[in-house]
Design a protein around this ligand. Sequence first.
Ligand SMILES: Nc1ncnc2c1ncn2[C@@H]1O[C@H](COP(=O)(O)OP(=O)(O)OP(=O)(O)O)[C@@H](O)[C@H]1O
Ligand SMILES: O=C(O)c1ccc[n+]([C@@H]2O[C@H](COP(=O)([O-])O)[C@@H](O)[C@H]2O)c1
Length: 248
Amino acid sequence: MQHDDRTGAGGAVRRRRRLGVMGGTFDPIHHGHLVAASEVADRFALDEVIFVPTGQPWQKLGKDVSSAEDRYLMTVIATASNPSFSVSRVDVDRHKDTYTVDTLRDLRRQHPDADLYFITGADALETILSWQNWEEMFELAKFVGVSRPGYELSNEHLAEHLADRPDALTLVEIPALAISSTDCRKRAGENRPVWYLVPDGVVQYISKRNLYRRDAERLDGAVTVSGPAPHQNSSQTQSSRTQNRENT
Ligand SMILES: Nc1ncnc2c1ncn2[C@@H]1O[C@H](COP(=O)(O)OP(=O)(O)OP(=O)(O)O)[C@@H](O)[C@H]1O
Ligand SMILES: O=C(O)c1ccc[n+]([C@@H]2O[C@H](COP(=O)([O-])O)[C@@H](O)[C@H]2O)c1
């Protein structure tokens, strides 16, 4: 990755734009995600953070995931008040299994003059060597791992792979928010409050769309992420069946 400043037409030094990329299933988006993005934006002087809801999260095979459109809209609602936050549809519109390497390729194409900083929580960072084409991901973006209650924030598993690129991955401690989408879904399913765990507009969206309620007919669009073995395209095997979420 280049990280140089460029001289503009008038001779003024212009720094390359820095874009954060916050990928997630966001089912639903919660304040843990928003604080992570905000903290990394501050630490790295990012110009913008692009939230990228997954289209088909292949590592959630067998789990009941809300429709991509519901997750996309909740992400738009949650980020609307922050002018430095935006939401991308690149993964939602790809209509096949979501791989971060594709996300980063698409964003690089859309923003050729920017440096990308992919933000990931400690739990996701733990499993990053299982991601599709992970070596290429580190060519396309710098990575920022953030702390998360209940997980150890570590780069040991990547140390030998990134030995010659010390700035490829930075670990950042952020304020601890023990919030997970799993817990939010469970609470909503039991008719317990999710106020203050997720933004107010997201509470209202969950209620309006009857998301996560086991005792109610889902309105539409929920899918069970099912299909062939990991790394195969499951787009033809996505089931439109709705099943009770296992909250795992
Ligand atoms: N409370 C949190 N603090 C820091 N990072 C978080 C937190 N919650 C999620 N993240 C990170 O945000 C990204 C997207 O997470 P995701 O949408 O899967 O939310 P989640 O709460 O982990 O969901 P689920 O409980 O359904 O697995 C991941 O990199 C994850 O590690
Ligand atoms: O590229 C992959 O193979 C891959 C595998 C698992 C997760 N990811 C990405 O990691 C981010 C968090 O994913 P998740 O499933 O924890 O919500 C999101 O941007 C995913 O696309 C990416």
